[in-house]
Design a protein around this ligand. Structure first.
Ligand SMILES: [Zn+2]
Ligand SMILES: [Zn+2]
Length: 340
């Protein structure tokens, strides 16, 4: 019989199709996509086209405006939000509320190489990307209009991007979304009831069980959640309690780079470079030091589609078994350089 499993952190229920479950290797991403070139002269993010992007907000490597960079951050040319202007709330009666669309929308160009992906980069390079995230996180949170910072990556068309060049994004918004707020409130209630961070407790239980752990490094652990929403859904937790991504220390950034790179390398080699999203779920600025919330990274490979049932109920159906997904990823043989 299939079973419903609940994620204690999101409170979401997932149907794990235990009997009709597919083997993890049946989810190998199909590749009809052409291998992109290492350099595309028409790509605005490729070296040599720096003048085609808005002026840089930040860079790692190289000097001035040259092409010798490692990672570049530029404002999004098609930003959803306006970086200038006041944040004004306007309530017309009870039912029509609006807030001016101010905020910051960055694009982090992760590497000069057009055909690269995180799982193939060196851990040192991934560390530079994470350092960029932290530098920009700090820069945007000095803006008093900013309440929530979301850092995310869309890889591949099924993940919502048509731009091949490896990039991630940061969006700083003047309000916290109801979904994030609800999770904070639930985590606070848990803390009040049990006197401990729900996420620290979840991580401890995952480590004691071991069945869903994918990659363990000194400061981070990646796991397939007990109630994973979809095949190969993974979370990366810092072992040390931190509510905000902004609290990450240099030694931890280096270790996160190792963990994220290896976790994504296992996905790349084990499931044939699937499209995926990842997002850093951090506490809003005002809750930076709270004891009840704990930041983490959620990785969602796009191997199944959301359809009517998911939209209509919020129940997901996972056609694979989380423990089998984790065991499969742990067993993936990595090329020597990526495993080093
Ligand atoms: Zn490019
Ligand atoms: Zn915690």
């Amino acid at each position: 019989m299939a079973e419903f499993r609940q994620n204690p952190i999101t409170k979401e229920w997932v149907i794990i199709a235990t009997e009709r479950a597919k083997r993890p290797d049946q989810f190998m991403a199909k590749k009809d996509r052409k291998q992109p070139p290492a350099h595309d002269p028409n790509c605005v993010f490729c070296p040599g086209n720096e003048k085609l992007t808005p002026p840089e907000a930040h860079r790692i490597g190289g000097s001035g405006e040259g092409s010798d960079w490692q990672v570049r951050v530029v404002p999004n040319k098609f930003s959803a939000l306006s970086p200038t202007g006041e944040c004004v709330r306007n309530y017309d009666g009870l039912l029509k509320r609006k807030i001016s669309g101010v905020g910051i929308h960055d694009v982090i160009i992760e590497t000069p190489q057009h055909d690269m992906t995180t799982g193939l980069l060196s851990p040192e390079h991934v560390e530079s990307i994470i350092r960029c995230y932290k530098d920009r996180y700090f820069a945007v949170t000095t803006d008093p209009r900013v309440e929530l910072v979301t850092i995310f990556k869309n890889h591949g068309e099924a993940a919502g991007t048509s731009l091949e060049h490896p990039h991630s994004q940061l969006i700083a918004t003047p309000i916290t979304s109801p979904q994030v707020r609800r999770r904070l409130e639930d985590a606070l209630r848990w803390y009040d009831e049990f006197g401990e961070c729900l996420f620290c407790q979840t991580l401890r239980s995952e480590l004691a069980d071991g069945a869903r752990v994918v990659v363990e490094t000194p400061h981070f652990v990646s796991v397939v959640p007990y109630a994973a929403l979809s095949p190969f859904h993974m979370w990366i937790f810092p072992r040390r309690h931190m509510a905000s991504f902004g609290e990450i220390q240099p030694e931890e950034m280096k270790d996160l780079a190792r963990n994220l790179q290896e976790t994504l390398a296992r996905l790349y080699h084990g499931v044939n470079n699937p499209d995926f999203n990842y997002t850093i779920r951090t506490a809003p600025s005002e809750s930076r030091y709270v004891k009840y919330y704990h930041w983490y990274i959620s990785i969602i490979p796009r191997l199944t589609r959301m359809a009517g049932f998911e939209i209509g109920t919020g129940f997901f159906i996972n056609p694979t078994i989380p423990e089998e997904n984790a065991a499969y990823l742990r067993a993936v043989k990595l090329p020597v350089a990526a495993a080093a």
